[in-house]
Design a protein around this ligand. Sequence first.
Ligand SMILES: Nc1ncnc2c1ncn2[C@@H]1O[C@H](COP(=O)(O)OP(=O)(O)OP(=O)(O)O)[C@@H](O)[C@H]1O
Ligand SMILES: [Mg+2]
Length: 238
Amino acid sequence: MDRHLIAQGAEGKVFLGKLFGEDVVIKERIARKYRHPLLDAKIRQKRILQETRNMGKARKEGVPIPAVLFVDAANCVIFMEKITPGITVKEFLLKAQDVSKEIMIDLAHKIGRNIALLHNIQCIQGDLTTSNMMIKPFVSLGAELNDSNDIIQEILKNKDVGTVYMIDFGLSFISNLPEDMAVDLYVLERAIGSLHPECSSLFEDILEGYKQNCTKANINLTRLSQVRLRGRKRLAFG
Ligand SMILES: Nc1ncnc2c1ncn2[C@@H]1O[C@H](COP(=O)(O)OP(=O)(O)OP(=O)(O)O)[C@@H](O)[C@H]1O
Ligand SMILES: [Mg+2]
């Protein structure tokens, strides 16, 4: 089948391909040679089912998530809707120039809302970074968006980012513990701090969107303060 590699992570490969003539994203979990082959197949199958199950649950809840079109559990492959036109939040923040405060707040609130809706159904994303979220802009009539620069210009012109998708549920799991939700947020805070240090209020604005939509925001944010303290101690004392 015609497909080309777009990303290679620690756990798998991501390709662009076709399914029934439509553009799709194909995500494949690769075998770990150091594991016994049968055990390895079992682990990968379990993970892929967990990933697609959590994507389905979250989508039902109203979180923008690519639709899972087909799962080949035996070969550990997921076929999903391609977010197009789309750009990762990471690429947008690294490349876009002169982004207005209005757009940054729109983006942050949508991210915060998505995380809140996930936590409301006890879904911990497990790997919240800006490369695991994508922006799909509203496209004006007749506009042709051929590359990421065109997409960025469209977003800036609209003064609205459009839809923010959560795309990578490979490490997601179900838990109702405030600790797990707080760590989920803390991972994102650290990722933003290291990848986008100039976006100083982005995380605070994300928390604003989170507070407005998460039923247990108070408990989870109190817990986040404790997780931050532990993180600082670890940094200070090793
Ligand atoms: N549904 C999708 N539509 C469009 N692009 C996608 C989609 N899913 C993934 N991508 C692109 O592929 C990249 C990797 O996808 P994903 O995060 O799911 O895999 P991964 O194995 O965790 O990779 P990484 O380790 O880079 O995070 C994304 O950052 C995004 O650029
Ligand atoms: Mg990823």
